[in-house]
Design a protein around this ligand. Structure first.
Ligand code: KG4
Ligand code: ZN
Length: 336
């Protein structure tokens, strides 16, 4: 089966072509056009601006990489949510029009499910049940994947997502958008023990996260040390101590879930999976606990359509296709 996948949930316009045969996957093409430069001036993603940019980029991308009559494409997969409604709509309406015109099956994909499938792109196939730590700009959750397309949520954040906390702290430090990579870069020169930021819900017996208190604590610390705000070392210490608090909570909660559900593998998924401190610590801990860890390659940690193609492929194999006229975007679509 040869799949064309389209992803426009936030600020990346992406298409991919993937061929699947049984569990053999071959990624033929993956193109990602980032809108970072555009949104940087606004300090964050403006949904209508993102949508307009997706519209402008979509046709040239398809025109370059896909035959006009859809020849050679068997199925079309598209991110239906979660994400920004105006942005999602560009991808979904494009996919619907192509599926209708070419008379091909259409498969809606949950963006988070796509993130979980990213390790499959490197020829890895995590064994089930797999425990996925999903950490993106909008979500932080622990999900148990018992089979292709079958998920149970163990717990999620009560307030901010981990990526959102990175973005907000970046704003406080005047680092701009997108915040995660900038905070991570600054943290390299900082002392992670300089400030003892709170680790919420660490002792609770569930898999619930909370990052709002940590964010506020960073804000109060910055206010208290206003005179040091322009000192590089102080700012690096804040970034490193904040990152350490996030990594501590994410890794310890994941380990608690490993102890409880005894998964055959662990998957790190979502944009925050690009964070090296998190990758390293989770790797160490999984080695100690003797559970295999699957982490996407850097280029597939961030939003892309290749991961949507993999998720769409397994969905299509299981017959999860829809009539083009019936598909609507769902900005709050969930994995379970
Ligand atoms: O998955 P993603 O690309 O988009 C969503 O689906 O939300 O995730 C984006 C999030 C942003 O909050 C961004 O700041 C964060 O991932 N992020 C990082 C890093 N790279 C991206 N957070 C921490 N460290 C990074 N290196
Ligand atoms: Zn994402």
């Amino acid at each position: 089966m040869r799949i064309l996948a389209i992803e426009t949930s936030c600020d990346e316009t992406a298409i991919a072509i993937l061929t699947g045969e049984g569990d053999n996957l071959k990624l033929e093409k993956s193109v990602v056009r980032s809108q970072i430069d555009l949104h940087e001036t606004y300090g964050g993603v403006v949904p209508e601006v993102a949508a307009r940019e997706h519209l402008q980029l979509m046709m040239p991308l398809l025109h370059r990489d896909v035959a006009h009559n859809g020849e050679g494409i068997d199925t079309i997969a598209v991110t239906a949510g979660p994400g920004l409604a105006p942005a999602l709509r560009v991808g979904v309406e494009t996919a619907k029009a192509l599926a209708w015109a070419w008379q091909k099956p259409l498969v809606p994909v949950c963006h988070l499910e796509g993130h979980i499938y990213a390790p499959w792109l490197s020829g890895q196939a995590p064994e089930f049940p797999a425990l996925a730590l999903v950490v993106s700009g909008g979500h932080t959750e622990l999900v148990l994947m018992t089979d292709h397309g079958k998920f149970e949520r163990l717990g999620e954040t009560l307030d901010d997502a981990a990526g959102e906390a990175f973005d907000k702290v970046a704003k406080m430090l005047g680092l701009g958008y997108p915040g995660g990579p900038k905070v991570a870069q600054l943290a390299i020169d900082g002392d992670a023990k300089a400030f003892d930021f709170p680790r919420a819900m660490l002792d609770s017996d569930n898999f619930v996260f909370s990052f709002a208190g940590l964010k506020t604590s960073v804000l109060y610390t910055l206010r208290k040390h206003e005179d040091q705000l322009n000192e590089y070392k102080f700012r690096a210490d804040i970034a490193a101590s904040f990152q350490e608090a996030v990594v501590d909570v994410l890794v310890q909660k994941t380990m608690k879930a490993v102890e409880k559900v005894k998964p055959a593998s662990v998957i790190l998924a979502g944009g925050v999976a690009a964070n090296v401190a998190l990758r390293d610590r989770l790797k160490q801990t999984c080695e100690q606990m003797e559970v295999p860890l699957f982490v996407p390659e850097f280029q597939y940690s961030m939003d892309n359509a290749a991961m949507i193609a993999v998720a769409g492929y397994y969905r299509a194999l299981n017959g999860h296709t829809v009539e083009p006229a019936e598909l609507q975007v769902n900005p709050n679509l969930d994995i379970v």
